[in-house]
Design a protein around this ligand. Structure first.
Ligand code: ADP
Length: 243
């Protein structure tokens, strides 16, 4: 469904991605692990043009382009078929939960308002927030705000959802409710690419784990291959430190 090849990205003299290849099939739940600063978030942001890579190719459905040559239309097409869940939720504070979910449908996708509201309510129901439609972000816990973020992502029926450390801003007791929603989505066959430090979630839910360090993919495989029998020294060291 989505392939990127040789993705490279620098910020000034800092080369953050040094040639990364990713291949995602429909229904894949891929977790990206790696030390802080290894380029995981940048990679995720490059995939839907929140950052523009300096080099690399993108193949997504019938689109096949070098990132450098992507037109505005190509970028819009990719953004329409992907959704992003941010570490800090990125909700509009002056909009209710439901308005946060419907905004992208009404403005971005020109869905009629009544229909958008129906879709938005269903998405909020799905993440367990059917009693919070009219609540503002400030009236919601971090876990609830992130679930609004996830509802906003699923509402647009994307082909793939990109999760950027979705639980790392949460108090520990709120992490479970967000992971549980993500687990349900995974079980329903949602294609997901997730940057996270939640190792037991990765072991449980992912069908593919990618370990990145210093702007490159060091190793990738099934959770069993990576967690039980990592081949590479750097993977072993990272897992020893974190588990
Ligand atoms: P990770 O997600 O693995 O922690 P990031 O992709 O967030 O890594 O960051 C990788 C490197 O890129 C870091 O050195 C970070 O400071 C740098 N970086 C990320 N975004 C920017 C930016 N917008 N401007 C400059 N440097 C950035």
């Amino acid at each position: 469904m989505l392939t990127v090849k040789n993705v490279q990205k620098s910020f000034g003299k800092n080369k953050v991605l040094k040639g990364v290849d990713i291949h995602i099939k429909k229904g894949d739940v891929t977790v990206i692990l790696g030390p802080s600063g290894s380029g995981k978030t940048t990679l995720l942001r490059c995939l839907n043009f929140l950052e523009k890579p300096d080099e690399g190719e993108l193949i997504f459905h019938d689109l096949n382009t070098h990132f450098k040559d992507a037109s505005k239309k190509d970028i819009l097409q990719v953004r329409k078929k992907t959704a992003f869940v941010f570490q800090n939720y990125n909700l509009f504070n002056n909009k209710t939960a439901l308005e946060n979910v419907t905004e992208g449908l009404i403005i971005g996708r020109k869905v009629p308002k009544a229909e958008a509201i129906e879709i938005g309510k269903k998405a909020l129901d799905k993440v367990g927030l059917s009693d919070k439609y009219t609540y503002y972000p400030s009236q919601l816990s971090g876990g609830q705000q992130q679930r609004v973020g996830i509802a906003r992502a699923i509402a647009v029926k994307p082909d793939v959802i990109l999760f950027d450390e979705p639980t790392s801003a949460l108090d520990p007791e709120l992490v479970g409710e967000v992971l549980s929603v993500m687990k349900t989505l995974a079980e329903e066959g949602t294609t997901m690419l997730i940057v996270t430090h939640e190792m037991s979630f990765a072991q449980d839910v992912a069908n593919k784990v990618i370990f990145m360090d210093d702007g490159v993919i060091i190793e990738e495989g099934t959770p069993k291959q990576i967690f039980v029998k990592p081949k590479e020294k750097r993977t072993q060291q990272f897992l020893r430190r974190i588990i």
